[in-house]
Ligand binder design. Structure first.
Ligand code: ADE
Length: 259
């Protein structure tokens, strides 16, 4: 399918097997199971500027060099550096330093039951957009929404039997009425705090990127989001970890055009 007008499809070198992958995960709780599963180790000579909290874990799995970047803890407050600013910065810095063939952004998300999401579901993202960048001036409105296609992975999606949905990204865990109507206008099933920012940088630097999101909480349900998120974080992270392992195993030995 052609990319929407104004959007360039990312066409990576189709015939060379993927060797260098970059996984971006915002929360330590989400990242560490993947680090442990692939026996990744922290790089003592980080390629990032001195003083930033960003952490590079790396290792090999079969024919793949795996780099997992976690944006680390906020230097002042000591909590995970979630959200679009940190994720855009680490994506930019990691692409510059590591020249990956492929980016995977994995993490948790809120899901909409009206669009068919349940807690524990794992989604591959078809398109990303922002829901909290409202600029009601012609064309700036479209820039704010920032709709982008993710790199398409039809074979991977089919083989691993994953659901496919649109993702909407914003810098808040909770959802105001205004956010909710923008998310529905984006036709999104899942909502996170990083995806569209990673997609923006990946497109700028022409690296194919796809997104795996696991649902921890139901946005249009009756439980308070923060409570439901924290309650389900450990179990859903375990499911995400299994999915990431299957995805990496599928990728090994393939070219991007075979995903
Ligand atoms: N990550 C997990 N749940 C989320 C939600 N409801 N909104 C944004 N990011 C999330």
């Amino acid at each position: 399918m052609a990319a929407p007008e104004g959007q360039e499809a990312i066409v990576a070198e189709p015939q060379r097997p993927i060797t260098n992958i970059l996984i971006i995960i915002a929360m330590q709780t989400e990242a560490l199971p993947v680090v442990n599963k692939f026996h990744l180790t922290e790089d003592p000579h980080s390629p990032f500027p001195q003083g930033v909290p960003w952490v590079r874990y790396h290792g090999t799995y079969k024919d793949l060099n795996i780099n997992l970047i976690w944006p680390g803890k906020d230097p002042t407050l000591g909590v995970d550096s979630v959200g679009t600013i940190s994720s855009a910065l680490v994506t930019y810095a990691a692409i510059q330093a590591l020249q990956p063939d492929l980016i995977i952004n994995a993490g948790t998300a809120g899901g909409f039951k009206a669009k068919g999401a349940s807690v524990g579901d794992i989604f591959i993202v078809s398109d990303c957009a922002f829901h909290d960048r409202r600029i009601p001036i012609p064309v700036f409105d479209l820039y704010g929404v920032g709709l982008r296609k993710a790199f398409e992975t039809p074979n991977l999606t089919k083989e691993l039997d994953l659901k496919v949905a649109r993702l909407s990204t914003g810098d808040s865990l909770d959802t105001t009425e205004q956010d909710e109507s923008s998310i529905l206008a984006n036709d999104a099933t899942v909502k996170d705090m990083e995806g569209a920012a990673v997609a923006y940088v990946a497109e700028l630097l022409k690296v194919p990127a796809f997104f795996i999101k696991a649902v921890t909480d139901i946005v249009d349900g009756d439980k308070p989001t923060a409570e439901e998120f924290l309650q389900n974080l450990a179990s859903v992270t375990a499911a995400l970890d299994v999915a990431v392992e299957k995805v990496i195993s599928f990728i090994n030995g393939k070219c991007v055009s075979e995903l």
